[in-house]
Design a protein around this ligand. Structure first.
Ligand SMILES: O=C(O)[C@H](O)[C@@H](O)[C@H](O)[C@H](O)COP(=O)(O)O
Length: 258
């Protein structure tokens, strides 16, 4: 497991702007090194705020949007175009405003698509799409994501991996259908912890007082079944991006720095 790094911003607006700047730099670096970049987006308020900040940043033009693959960490299993779908919100916040290559925007299936209401079949189809994009040298069933972002829920969930539900226990599959999620809607699709951990960098976003307990639990040695955020880390970097309110209950040996 890579050591976790914590960055605490004054408030959630600053956190979104700083994270957007960080993401631009990371994409530009990856494109310079390998010609292309691969990023996994998260749903939720903080993920959307980051995308909106990115859309508003003059530096966004440093990114070669056509050489970027976008994937999702999870999706709410709803009809195409539903305002609650993570991809719909990402399009509104950013993707409709930049020249992305539509064939490289890998949205998770909708509930009125090819797989109908079968979230498990839709999850298997997304796993196949990921596997097809993986290169032999990745030695994995998913591409080598440069950055994978995750919003942290007040119950420590990440993506749609909720405490104690079967999804967080999955050790083989890279994508699962989720049933009975405590956060609406109950049916979802999610990357699993093994898929998340194949990313080079995993960034966890937590802002607001209601995330303080979750951040403290996940960062204090909790198990991943009870606290899924504790099991999210990247191969070369695990970065927690917090605002002061979300960092307010961290143990003193973690924050503030000595
Ligand atoms: O579909 C979703 O709702 C998510 O992807 C979910 O995992 C989200 O990221 C967290 O619940 C944090 O959400 P907030 O940033 O809104 O608190």
């Amino acid at each position: 497991m890579t050591a976790r790094q914590l960055v605490v911003h004054h408030d959630k607006a600053l956190m979104a702007q700083a994270a957007a700047a960080r993401l631009i730099t990371r994409i530009v670096d990856a494109q310079s090194a390998r010609g292309t970049a691969s990023v996994v987006l998260t749903g939720g308020r903080n993920g959307n705020a980051l995308l909106a900040a990115l859309a508003a940043s003059p530096a966004r033009d440093a990114v070669d949007w056509r050489r970027l693959d976008l994937w999702w960490g999870d999706e709410r299993f709803l009809p195409e175009g539903d305002a609650e779908r993570n991809v719909t919100q990402a399009r509104e916040a950013l993707l409709d405003r930049v020249p992305v290559d539509p064939s490289r925007v890998h949205a998770m299936p909708a509930s009125d698509g090819e797989w109908g209401g079968d979230a498990d079949a839709a999850a298997a189809a997304y796993a196949a799409e990921l596997a097809a994009a993986a290169r032999p040298e990745n030695h994995a069933a998913v591409p080598s994501f440069d950055v994978l972002m995750l919003g942290v829920g007040p119950d420590t969930h990440v993506a749609s991996l909720f405490p104690e539900l079967p999804g967080v226990r999955e050790t083989e599959r890279t994508v699962v259908g989720v049933h009975g999620a405590p956060k609406p809607p109950p049916t979802r699709i999610s990357l699993t912890l093994p898929a998340i951990r194949s990313a080079r960098e995993v960034w966890l976003l937590a802002a607001g007082e209601d995330k303080a307990k979750a951040a403290a639990i996940a960062l204090s040695g909790a198990g991943e079944i009870q606290a899924p955020a504790a099991g999210a880390y990247g191969r070369s970097r695990t970065l927690w991006l917090l605002d002061a309110a979300a960092a307010s209950r961290l143990p003193r040996d973690l924050y503030p720095p000595a």
